[in-house]
Design a protein around this ligand. Sequence first.
Ligand SMILES: Cc1cc2nc3c(=O)[nH]c(=O)nc-3n(C[C@H](O)[C@H](O)[C@H](O)COP(=O)(O)OP(=O)(O)OC[C@H]3O[C@@H](n4cnc5c(N)ncnc54)[C@H](O)[C@@H]3O)c2cc1C
Length: 385
Amino acid sequence: MDFLLTEEQRIVQDQARRFAEMEIRPIMEEDEKHHRFRPEIVKKMGELGFFGCCLPEEYGGNGMGYMESVLITEQLARVSPSWRLPPNLQNIGPAVTVDKFGTAEQKEKYIPGWVCGENIGFFAISEPNTGSDVASIAVTARDAGDHWVLNGQKMWISNAPVGDCGLVYACTDKSKRHRGISCFIVDLKNTAGITTRPIETKLGLHCSPTGEIIFEDAKVPKESMLGKPGDGFTICMWMLGNTRISCAAGALGAGGACVELAIRYANERRQFGQPVSEFQLVKAQIAEMVAEHRAAQLLVYNAAFLKDKGLPNQLQTSIAKYFASESAVKAANESMKIFGSYGFSTEYPIERFYRDVKSFQMVEGTTNIQKMIIGGIACGHAQNR
Ligand SMILES: Cc1cc2nc3c(=O)[nH]c(=O)nc-3n(C[C@H](O)[C@H](O)[C@H](O)COP(=O)(O)OP(=O)(O)OC[C@H]3O[C@@H](n4cnc5c(N)ncnc54)[C@H](O)[C@@H]3O)c2cc1C
């Protein structure tokens, strides 16, 4: 769908590509080895306007939309799936959600910090016993008159160990199940009763910190609630409808990188007196990867286009997330085969992509959850919103 990009969008795409090549590629392999996160890279992305998409100018927005955010994320993921996360954790997750549901005071207080990258963002839904079934959230928020008291544990939260302010979903009325969930803007570093713990056993994404958040009688101000008590589930589903496209864009970029790596290697590696790319079986592997990558690109851009037009897109977004994630995993797998034993070595980047792309099948709703949404809308059991 390159032909549908405007001149401005091509400039944004090019800028993101150059940023990823110049600022991330040179340091990434070493950082991956040492599990190093660099807040200064988040700030640089903020300075370039990578987090100003879908937001009004008064809070740092720059007139760009979902399509531009997708183009930026795709280019970042092409170099490093770890570094595709900041546009989601600063902009498309917290900032866009607070812009939609927040008060004027909340928008003014939080959005500019997320947009410039000073305030490291996050969103916390998952818990040890709550994954796909968001309605089963067990972290509680008790109304204590002039403040809320949070108790419980969040798990698998991107940026938890380094985060400043972000969104926390908690249960304010258990008897109402999903209608009893509320959303809070929580300051991790300046709230007594909150501790974070890094999860250091991840398979990949080593430059993107992930962790637990533990709330022990953590007092959060009354005005930190986003929306009204019980709005949390609706806010969460709305947010996931957006963060899902960001994830799909990441899968697209990473899948594209696997295709590029496979082609380059197949043209260089010689066996039986010729480049392995000359063998029909290898060419067939590459053809499938290329076709699936191009199809994923059309699906992701199409969903972003519909979002920017304000048209129903839940179906298209879930299809894009499902297809881009699965094709990225397949591309990494096929690319590994083409690399032969060298693919099995940490000296070559393909093994990193092979590990990192698995995350796309889980986050922002697993592949099964996307299939449930797609099947439900296709069968007329739910409306495309
Ligand atoms: C690197 C990483 C970063 C993450 N970042 C965040 C973050 O920033 N914030 C956050 O809140 N969470 C985050 N997560 C958590 C992630 O969103 C969850 O892991 C995901 O929602 C799936 O939940 P689960 O792992 O508990 O799987 P479960 O929900 O327990 O699912 C287990 C299996 O059962 C299947 N399944 C479940 N329900 C159904 C169903 N109804 N029908 C069919 N199959 C079903 C699933 O597809 C899966 O295969 C992150 C996870 C990872 C790995």
